[in-house]
Ligand binder design. Structure first.
Ligand code: NAP
Length: 320
């Protein structure tokens, strides 16, 4: 089988397509023949050596979808030939095959494409965790999804709408903002426009602010976020690419909370909760991942450049 391999940390060019032996599942393991692979910003941080990584050489990637090629002894939840998506693996997802623990693999509901299945693990996982496990979002609250046009943001819009929240979403391009609107945001703002956060206050009852903010770029926005939070508001920091100055008094005056989150901190029980909720939403039609671009697996270096460029539009998918 073919797989992208990283032998040294560095720029996108360190990812090379190589031939590797086919994978054989051991006890409790599942081998998946991948049809689509999801590209996430975290894959680029790991490739660059900025995040904890497996020992070199390794195959990057967490998300994929395909058909079960073989199951090891003791596997009960999936069977050979079944369509599945994976959220994590033992061998890495940028490949034609992935070796998984049984718990990494989830049935792909009817009507969900492989590309959509490969969009679930990290983006929908963190969007669900941020909204419900960290912010404890409640129906009737208003959420500002600060960066709503990408993989996590579109997932968060769909999850929040399905749970009865009012959604304000931001995008940096006209095309991205149109997507945010199509996905169900009640109000859409441009995060590059001057004074757009004043609009957030105007959109809330008596200018009280929003109960929840999901923040994709905290190093740019966190200080300003705290000024548009309602009393007892919560900001969940999902993404950040640097440091930021805040005025702590903005939290005191509101009894506000800044909640960091990483999907990698989820307990097995929390992971199981995430995927049970995703299964329900995929089955009842409220969750439908948006695919912006598809590239062949060999173009992984190009995908890593594109996923960090402005102008996000749903997910970037690799086809093995
Ligand atoms: P993505 O698809 O590239 O989307 C990035 C989003 O950020 C887009 O909506 C983009 O909008 C927006 N953005 C750009 N500049 C912004 C600004 N000044 N203010 C607000 N938003 C801005 O990436 P993703 O997969 O959705 O991930 C989003 C972030 O979350 C990344 O930093 C990622 O590393 C992080 N993340 C963290 C976890 C975790 O476990 N904590 C898990 C998944 C992702 P435009 O391009 O339209 O400007």
């Amino acid at each position: 089988m073919q797989a992208i391999r990283i032998h040294e940390f560095g720029g996108p060019e360190v990812m090379r397509l190589e031939e590797l032996p086919d994978l054989q599942p051991g006890p409790g393991q599942v081998a998946v023949q991948l049809k689509a692979v999801g590209v996430n910003p975290v894959d680029t941080y790991i490739r660059a050596g900025m995040y904890p990584a497996p020992p070199l050489p390794f195959t990057p990637g967490f998300d994929g979808a395909g058909e079960v090629a073989a199951v090891g002894p003791g596997v009960k939840r999936v069977a050979e030939g079944q369509k599945v998506y994976l959220a994590g693996s033992l061998s890495g997802a940028y490949a034609q095959q992935a070796l998984c623990e049984e718990a990494h693999v989830h049935p792909l509901p009817l009507g969900i494409s492989f590309a959509q299945g490969a969009s679930l693990g990290v983006p929908y996982g963190i969007a669900y965790r941020a909204l419900f496990q960290r912010a404890k979002a409640l129906a009737g609250e208003t959420v500002l999804i600060h960066g709503a046009s990408g993989g996590v943001g579109t997932a968060a819009i769909q999850l929040a709408r399905a749970a009865g929240l009012t959604v304000i979403g931001t995008g940096g391009t006209p095309r991205g903002r149109e997507l945010v609107s199509q996905q169900g945001a009640h109000q859409v703002l441009d995060h590059h426009a001057p004074a757009y956060l004043e609009e957030v206050l105007k959109l809330t009852t008596q200018g009280r602010g929003v109960e929840i903010i999901l923040e994709m770029l905290a190093n740019v926005n966190l200080g300003k976020d705290l000024k548009v939070l309602a009393p007892k508001g919560r900001v969940v920091v999902i993404g950040s690419r640097g440091t930021v100055e805040i005025d702590p008094r903005d939290t005191m005056s509101r009894d506000a909370a800044i909640l960091g989150t990483s999907l990698f901190n989820a307990t097995p029980q929390e992971y199981a909760g995430v995927h049970a909720a995703l299964a329900a939403g995929l089955e009842n039609g409220t969750l439908r991942p948006v695919i912006g671009r598809e590239l062949p697996l060999a173009d992984a270096p190009r995908a890593h450049q594109q996923v960090l460029e402005p102008g996000a539009y749903g997910k970037i998918i690799l086809r093995p």
